[in-house]
Design a protein. Structure first.
Length: 397
């Protein structure tokens, strides 16, 4: 069985998925530019102002915390909406469609984590960052794919996007289970009550987004106070937003679905404002005093090797195992060389990897080591993935 390309109609999940692929490609290019600007700024005469501004307090939180905890909740809301839509109404709505990207995503999360652990087995403090290389940055990866145009079949773009969405779901679960601090039972109980109210709104078929968003803000505050990372409130909220289906059509109608409306509202600001702001605030790292020995540290090597080698081995190995065993076929019109190239692109780990790195370590020196590893692994993966996809040809079918 093969991974199908989206049908060329203008309805429901496939139309939204096509828009997502297009915006993801453009957003990836913007993110590349912003990341470069952050690094340039952090190594310019404006470096002190850049770092000082991030630690400037605005009310109860610093600017960096407002970005990472509050603004990124909108990013996680968007991730949650995409996960729910694709599972209910889109490219992940059936098990045949889920199996290849799902197994590839699992391989692409497990192998990088194992490689990181192998590099840092002797350092218990560093082991807290085991999940950093497990994440794929879909915007960056699709941005690179967009540079290749028709050389890459649409089925591979769908495969990569589906894999990254499942990857995001895995990252959300990891953050919830392994990067949670001391819990407040009272705030968790109040948060559960808010979730129950959100579910009640859905059951009452409330179509207005206003009550969902008002309760969502309250949920964010309670989750922040509970000890669970506040951004997860965005995912929880997303899962309570109704997505409607009609008996006459197998796909949901975006015009009637609150989920589709909210996703449409968030898509552009998240892709072109929130994620670039996060990237600019967190990608900046100073190269002052950096030598080759800096990149030879186990933490940095573990992140870089996890992204570059781990994603390649995990994703490509999982696809090869599934295809060779006869369970699935390669994505339509794709060659093994192109699958290899896309597997390399999965090693571009920026937004989610940075986010997990900031959760794992409070020490700025360790955070810098993480950033160096992410940059090295992502640049190697992106460059080699682009070269492979540029050279290899589509499968003639």
């Amino acid at each position: 069985m093969s991974t199908h390309e989206p049908r060329p109609n203008g309805r429901g999940g496939n139309a939204t998925f096509r828009k997502f692929l297009d915006s993801g490609s453009s957003a990836g290019i913007v993110l590349m530019v912003v990341a470069a600007l952050a690094i340039i700024t952090a190594n310019s005469p404006f470096a002190a102002s850049y770092f000082n501004a991030l630690h400037l307090y605005l009310g109860p939180l610093s600017l960096q915390h407002w970005i990472n905890d509050a603004l990124m909740a909108a990013f996680f809301l968007m991730v949650g909406l995409e996960i729910k839509r694709e599972m209910v109404d889109g490219q992940l709505s059936t098990w045949p469609r889920r199996i290849l990207p799902g197994v590839a995503a699992l391989g692409g999360m497990a192998v990088p984590a194992l490689i990181y652990v192998a590099f840092n087995a002797g350092n218990p403090a560093a082991l807290r960052g085991w999940a950093i290389p497990s994440a794929t940055d879909i915007a960056f990866a699709l941005g690179v794919l967009s540079l290749l145009g028709p050389r890459v079949p649409a089925s591979l773009k769908v495969f990569l996007a589906a894999l990254a969405i499942i990857d995001d779901l895995g990252a959300v679960v990891i953050i919830a289970l392994f990067y949670t601090t001391d819990l407040s039972v009272v705030d968790l109980g109040l948060a559960a009550a808010v979730v129950a109210a959100l579910v009640g709104l859905g059951r009452m078929r409330v179509n207005s987004l206003v009550p969902y968003l008002v309760l969502g803000v309250i949920l964010w505050v309670l989750v922040y106070r509970s000890g669970v990372h506040a951004t997860l409130a965005g995912v929880i909220l997303a899962l309570t937003i109704p997505i409607k289906r009609t008996p006459a059509a197998p796909e949901a109608s975006p015009a009637e679905s609150p989920l589709h409306r909210l996703e449409h509202i968030l898509q552009t600001p998240v892709a072109f404002i929130i994620v670039p702001i996060f990237g600019f605030a967190n990608a900046g790292v100073s190269f002052e005093g950096v030598t080759l020995a800096t990149f030879a540290q186990p933490l940095t090597l573990g992140v870089a090797a996890g992204l570059f080698l781990g994603k390649l081995i995990g994703v490509f190995g999982a696809v090869a195992l599934m295809v060779r065993s006869g369970i699935v076929d390669l994505p339509a019109a794709a060659s093994w060389g192109q699958v290899l190239g896309v597997s390399l692109l999965c090693g571009i780990g920026f937004t989610m990897s940075l986010f997990i790195g900031l959760l794992a370590f409070d020490d700025p020196a360790l955070q810098d080591g993480v950033k160096f590893g992410i940059l090295a692994g992502s640049i190697l993966s992106g460059t080699l993935g682009y070269v492979v996809l540029r050279v290899v040809r589509r499968e003639a079918r």
